[in-house]
Design a protein around this ligand. Structure first.
Ligand SMILES: [Zn+2]
Length: 226
C-alpha cells in the first residue's frame, strides 16, 4: 500500500465502516471501551485478528509483536510493552478471555531456526527479541528426526503458543483469575493459505482445526473441540 492508497482507504472506511458504525464509535468515545477478549498476535500483516475474527470497533483488545511473544512476569521497573497491555486488559478492562495466536510461516519463529549468517539484518533486535522463545527450538528439535523444515517450523509455531500460555500464568494477577474461572486462556494458530484456524485442546495439548461453514468449508474442516 502506498500513502495515497492509505488515504483512499481512509475515505472508503469513512463512507462504509465508519458510517455504518457511527453510533457505535460515538458511544465508544463517550463511554469507553469494554472488550471481553484480549488477543496477543504476531505483527505479520497477513494475520490481523480483527479481520480473522470479524470483529468490530471496541470488540477486541489486541497487542501484536514479532511472533506473538508473551514474556514471563518480570516486575523490574523497566518498560515491558506486552506486560503493560496485559496489565491494562486484566486489571482495568477485566477481560474474560485471552487468546495467544500464532500463524503459519512466522518470520520470527523462522529466525530461531536460522543460524546467525541467515539472520543478518534482523539480528540487532529480532534475534534478541526471539531469544526468550529459544527453548521452543530445543523442545521441538528433540523430536525432529525425519521431519522436514516446514514441519519443524509448524511445530515451533505451535510450541511458541504453548510457551506464551505458560508465560501468561507466571503473572500472579493472571494466574489467580484463571484459577477461579474469571479468565480463560486460549491457544490458536492461523494457517494463512487455507484460512485454517486451529485451537489448542487443553485435554490433549494438541491443536485441533475449528470446523467452519460457508462457501470455503471443506478446505480445512476437522474435529471440533468438546
Ligand atoms: Zn509471525
Amino acid at each position: 500500500m502506498s500513502l495515497d492508497q492509505l488515504l483512499d482507504g481512509y475515505q472508503a472506511f469513512i463512507e462504509k465502516g465508519f458510517a455504518s458504525n457511527a453510533d457505535r464509535y460515538r458511544q465508544l468515545e463517550a463511554l469507553g471501551q469494554s472488550p471481553r477478549v484480549m488477543v496477543i498476535a504476531c505483527a505479520d500483516s497477513r494475520v490481523d485478528p480483527a479481520t480473522i475474527f470479524n470483529a468490530g470497533p471496541g470488540e477486541l483488545f489486541i497487542i501484536r509483536n514479532v511472533a506473538n511473544v508473551v514474556p514471563r512476569y518480570a516486575p523490574d521497573g523497566r518498560a515491558h510493552g506486552v506486560s503493560a497491555a496485559l496489565e491494562f486488559a486484566v486489571k482495568v478492562l477485566k477481560v474474560s478471555d485471552i487468546v495467544v495466536m500464532g500463524h503459519a510461516q512466522c518470520g520470527g519463529v523462522k529466525a530461531l531456526l536460522m543460524d546467525s549468517a541467515d539472520v543478518e539484518g534482523i539480528g540487532e533486535f529480532v534475534a534478541p527479541w526471539m531469544e526468550s522463545s529459544h527453548e521452543i527450538l530445543d523442545r521441538v528439535m528433540c523430536h525432529s528426526a525425519g521431519h522436514d523444515v516446514e514441519t519443524i517450523l509448524g511445530q515451533m509455531e505451535e510450541e511458541n503458543v504453548r510457551l506464551g500460555l505458560a508465560n501468561l500464568m507466571t503473572f500472579p494477577w493472571v494466574a489467580e483469575p484463571v484459577h477461579d474461572g474469571r479468565v480463560r486462556l486460549h491457544g490458536m494458530h492461523f494457517g494463512i493459505a487455507q484460512g485454517r484456524l486451529a485451537r489448542l485442546d487443553p485435554s490433549t495439548n494438541t491443536f485441533v482445526t475449528v470446523p467452519r461453514s460457508g462457501p470455503a468449508a471443506g478446505n480445512g474442516g476437522g474435529a471440533s473441540l468438546p
